[in-house]
Design a protein around this ligand. Sequence first.
Ligand code: TTP
Ligand code: MG
Length: 362
Amino acid sequence: MKNAIIHVDMDAFYASIEQMDNPQYRGKPIAVGGLPDERGVICTASYEARKFGIRSAMSSRKAIQLCSHLIFVPVRMDRYIEVSKQIHKIFEQYSDRIEPISIDEAFLQITNADAIQTGKEIKERIKKEVGLTASVGISINKYLAKLASDYRKPDGFTIIPKKEVKKFLSDLPIRKLLGVGPKTEKELHKLGIYLIQDLQKYDPKILVEKFGNRAYEMINYSKGIDPRPVENRNKRKSIGEENTFLSDIHDIHILKENLYANCKKLTDEIQKHQYLIKTITIKVKYHDFSNATRSITLSHYTDSFEEIYFAAENILLNKVPLIKKVRLLGVQFSNILYPDDPVQLEIKDILGRREPVETISN
Ligand code: TTP
Ligand code: MG
């Protein structure tokens, strides 16, 4: 399976670390968190404790009622962060596009290797080198990869291949649909929607009437469509240039010249790195230090200087109020698509036959 996403979620993370570090806790019901007599709350519980119904965020007082021999263990955050870093070091050897979701969870975009083999290796190395079990899910997008890792826990390994997506989703309770919390779940139940397959078959018109734009998202998720990219947190979200003028400027030609030069500089930069961008923002600081910021989002991703400058000039001339002298002019590109982004590969094909620039303002 190539070009897939792996989701890794550690099992009973804090509790498993405590059981690893303190052999006397192994095989026993333990809860990491505050003590019952201190009105504490549980961060997580070992799988032995979960058999008694003990869960994250439960009050420790309630937990002791459910299991009288429950062992309470105080939180050692530094240790959990240390283990989390160890796990991330392993991830980094398999992908340069990793989106950490929480201390014990991450998405990895696997582009050039076999994702199933990679997932197996990651799981084995976490076991061997860190000493803990992880649940791994592999599929074609983030939503499905996370559903997969959650499907069998602990120590799970679940693959949802493209051809099985619809079948996999259809029997799941509607609560498993991304974004459906207890409130939406109730509303969907009222419409007779209990399983994801009920939503798959439902009249979209009624859903849109009831949920507005959210309905489209829900329908997409029910079909297993999730366009969200794996976002590398340490990748730049935007690139920009700005200049403060020696004296405050009123002459539009000078502003245009400056904008032209900065757009050229930034476009050279994005072309060099093979980035594509979609949003252009102009920032102006006036002589009295007040600011204005205006953006245009293009209808498609681009690295073309002509398109970008056309849009930037349009913002400067038609959107930015040029009523006062300008002290600083800045331009920024955002909505960046990186070369390792699978979406970019598809877009590259259509870049040759560009349509005229359409813009959506914001
Ligand atoms: P989770 O991955 O949600 O839970 P988990 O790893 O303990 O168990 P599972 O096997 O179901 O994945 O959260 C990771 C850690 O984050 C968890 O060990 C403790 C902490 N946490 C809290 O402190 N409070 C909370 O309410 C939750 C949900 C988690
Ligand atoms: Mg976990």
